[in-house]
Design a protein around this ligand. Structure first.
Ligand SMILES: Cc1cc2nc3c(=O)[nH]c(=O)nc-3n(C[C@H](O)[C@H](O)[C@H](O)COP(=O)(O)OP(=O)(O)OC[C@H]3O[C@@H](n4cnc5c(N)ncnc54)[C@H](O)[C@@H]3O)c2cc1C
Length: 379
């Protein structure tokens, strides 16, 4: 093996978590980022990012607004029958497509790290002598790398979750995500969440005035219809706000993109000595609109820890793993719990209607719930 195939840190997966960690760690260590897809590409995502991580992104030299991001301040939510509630977002956020945002981060990563387009097929930790305690990483292109630390940033569901025998992979994941960009008249400072039978749909602007329409639906609800066009017309459009989106909006793509088998089950922030970040560590329900900020925050958390601690002293590994687990749990466990409860509520038309009436009587409820699924701005 070449010396160049040996790294301090290998990051597997170049979504928001992996890219931010690569930028942060690249100026301190010899880092390799392995991503299986090429940049830029579209991803199923609501593309509304909470301002929580804006100061950290700026510290990494990333300014989304210089790249056309929309400043989003207002939120509205409709029930299945189209009744509407409006709120001001406590922290606000911005709208930018993953196509642009991931590419922007990737350009920065390339300045400080090695990057490779390949699919990792296995990660093994060598439990042998202390001096040999490193990871072996194999890829589809039959390449092999070693690293002292591995960051698992491989998203919601990956071939590696199967290799690592993670328990969530054996459970049922009956959720489907669909997204497309539209040309549609809507205010640029607004993010809308519209409920329909079996799911909910986020609508908000990204750069260039394009509107992102992205929904999550139960497979149960979708399979009664079976195709995206009929589902949007027949099921989603029963909510008049979504009817307007699909009737007045013009889809800018040949067809929407979709992902299936989305799991919200609990995962572990550390598995087989791999430090998991982003969705690999745990996924919040998309209605919270905070998965991307959490992905970026976990990247910041792990990067600071690996910079503070001596990663070449094997005796530190246990300590690093337990400190990361503790920090991750403190930052995210209660957000995930709130996200889960709100999702349960929104999927029931009756519960949504009652909650809406309560929110009209007590208007502070909505910002309070939003705050519980979001953090404060991280510096
Ligand atoms: C329907 C839906 C709507 C959402 N809307 C929002 C929203 O509006 N706001 C918000 O904040 N969050 C939202 N989210 C959540 C958000 O998209 C995720 O939390 C975020 O993308 C997590 O980033 P990540 O870096 O962990 O994962 P990803 O961005 O998924 O990146 C993982 C990367 O790992 C790569 N990879 C996987 N396996 C391998 C391998 N073996 N080898 C090499 N590379 C590999 C993949 O190609 C991928 O690029 C939404 C999610 C869904 C499903």
């Amino acid at each position: 093996m070449n010396k160049s195939d040996s790294y301090d840190i290998v990051i597997i997966g170049g979504g928001l978590a992996g890219l931010c960690a690569a930028i942060h760690l690249g100026s301190h260590y010899n880092v390799l980022l392995i991503e299986k897809q090429s940049y830029p590409s579209h991803k199923v995502c609501g593309e509304y990012i909470s301002n929580e991580m804006l100061p950290y992104l700026k510290s990494l030299g990333i300014d989304p607004f210089k790249n056309g991001a929309k400043d989003i301040k207002r939120f509205e939510m409709s029930t299945h029958d189209g009744s509407l509630i409006k709120a001001v977002l406590p922290l606000g956020g911005f709208g930018i497509s993953r196509y642009t945002f991931d590419q922007l981060l990737f350009e920065k990563v390339k300045k400080g790290c090695d990057t490779i387009k390949d699919t990792v097929t296995s990660i093994d930790f060598n439990e042998g002598l202390a001096a040999a305690k490193t990871f072996q990483i194999q890829t589809k292109a039959a390449k092999s790398y070693t690293a002292r630390y591995v960051l698992g940033a491989f998203g919601k569901r990956s071939n590696l979750d199967v290799q690592l025998k993670r328990s969530f992979i054996a459970e049922k994941s009956p959720w489907l995500g669909v997204k497309a960009h539209y040309s549609l008249d809507m205010p640029e400072d607004l993010v809308s969440l519209h409920n329909f039978d079996g799911g909910y749909c986020g609508v908000s602007q990204v750069e260039n005035g394009v509107v992102n329409v992205c929904y999550l639906t139960s497979y149960e609800s979708f399979k009664k219809v079976g195709d995206i066009g009929t589902f949007q017309k027949g099921v989603m459009s029963k909510n008049r706000h979504l009817q307007r989106v699909f009737e007045e909006g013009k889809c800018l793509w040949d067809q929407p993109i979709s992902i299936s088998q989305i799991s919200f089950s609990a995962k572990e922030p550390v598995k087989d000595h791999i430090l998991m970040i982003g969705d690999s560590a745990g996924m919040i329900h998309p209605l919270a609109g905070n998965g991307m900020a959490m992905a970026i925050y976990s990247a910041q958390m792990v990067s600071e820890l690996l910079i503070e601690e001596d990663i070449n002293d094997e005796a530190n590994r246990k300590n690093i793993e337990s400190m990361y687990t503790k920090q991750w749990n403190t930052a995210f466990v209660s957000r995930l719990k709130t996200g889960r409860s709100v999702q349960r509520l929104l999927l029931s038309p009756l519960a949504t209607k009652i909650s809406l009436q309560a929110a009209r009587l007590f208007p502070r409820i909505v910002p309070a719930i939003i705050k519980k699924t979001h953090g404060t701005a991280q510096l």
